[in-house]
Design a protein around this ligand. Structure first.
Ligand SMILES: [Fe+2]
Ligand SMILES: [Fe+2]
Length: 335
């Protein structure tokens, strides 16, 4: 999920996408014409190197976000208050693992191996969505993540179902269906706490919303005028809707949902603007955003350490699978 990462390339020192010398202009022209006609590009089709690299960076960051995103909520599986909530949370966290799997597979079609992508993550060279560098302090955080974080993810991801790169677009169709379940389960969990909970439980929900609101608003990435690669990604049909447009759509929906829940969004500047037919909102603390993207969030080190540990703990499974595959090759009947 969580496409804020795709716009951070300039701050990470990647080069801006540009046509490569030596690329056949006729192939380039045909590619541009296909994009303009709204056609999908398949893995076997010719594509400009800059398009391939941009997609590879975006899809691998997206895949990393899915699996790192399992960590904040995974910590609550053993502490879920009822069997029903535990079952729902288990299903959601497993869904996120599946999302990572589809996306790593889509990224592999662009010529990078999963091992290479994971090495980049574990070495701190690859980004994932900075929303997962915030801690989950109470049970209400789980519902709030479903409502706001998965809710923001849906806004970000639905347009990617029409992304010009077909393997990515196909993966997103299924992912979006599951994200929709994630958002609803979160909202329903909070509604239960707000309508049937004690005053202490209601206060717990408000506290969680206070902490998650601004990081969720930041998930849409920097403002359009500070997103240097957005125009190129729009031209290529990778990005369909701008960061600011998506953010506004999310805020408009969340204000109504907060009213139903009976919680206050922590932004005193939220005001309905009759002329714009949208909700106005307060200034976003972009310094905090860049600080967390840059590695200085509350849980950056903890999240990365957990992923590296999981990789090391799984070494024996990978070795066993490779040994089994080699044996099958040597002795086909032994399989
Ligand atoms: Fe997901
Ligand atoms: Fe999700």
């Amino acid at each position: 999920m969580y496409t804020q990462a795709m716009d951070t390339a300039a701050r990470e020192g990647h080069e801006a996408p540009a046509p490569r010398p030596g690329e056949d202009p006729a192939l380039q022209q045909r590619f541009d014409a296909r994009i303009d006609a709204g056609e999908f590009i398949e893995a076997k089709d010719w594509m400009p190197e800059a398009y391939r690299r941009t997609l590879l960076r975006q899809i691998s960051q997206h895949a990393h976000s899915e699996i790192v995103g399992m960590l904040p909520e995974g910590a609550w599986i053993t502490r879920a208050p009822t069997l029903k909530r535990k079952t729902i949370l288990l299903a959601k966290v497993q869904d996120e693992a599946g999302h990572g799997l589809y996306l790593y597979a889509a990224a592999e079609t662009l010529g990078s191996s999963r091992d290479q992508m994971l090495q980049a993550l574990h070495g701190g060279r690859a980004k994932y969505s900075s929303i997962f560098n915030y801690p989950t302090l109470s049970w209400a955080d789980v519902g709030t993540i479903g409502w706001l974080v998965d809710g923001a993810a849906i806004m970000n991801q639905v347009p990617i179902c029409r992304c010009s790169y077909a393997p990515y677009a196909r993966a997103m169709v299924r992912i979006c269906r599951e994200e929709s379940f994630h958002q609803r389960q979160g909202f329903e969990s909070l509604l239960t706490l707000m309508q049937r909970g004690t005053p202490a439980q209601q206060a717990m929900v408000q506290d969680a919303v206070n902490r998650w609101w601004w990081p969720a608003v930041m998930m849409f990435g920097p403002p359009d005028e500070a997103s240097p690669h957005s125009a190129q990604s729009m031209r290529w049909g990778i990005k369909r809707v701008s960061n600011d447009e998506l953010r506004q759509k999310f805020i408009d929906a969340a204000v109504e949902q907060a009213r139903v829940l009976g919680v206050t969004l922590p932004d005193p500047a939220l005001r309905w603007n009759e002329a714009r037919q949208h909700w106005d909102f307060g200034a976003i603390d972009w310094d905090e955003f860049w600080r967390v993207v840059g590695g200085d969030g509350p849980c950056n080190a903890e999240r990365l350490a957990a992923r590296v540990q999981a990789w090391e703990d799984g070494a024996w499974v990978r070795e066993a699978a490779l040994a089994h595959a080699a044996r099958r090759q040597r002795e086909p009947l032994a399989a």
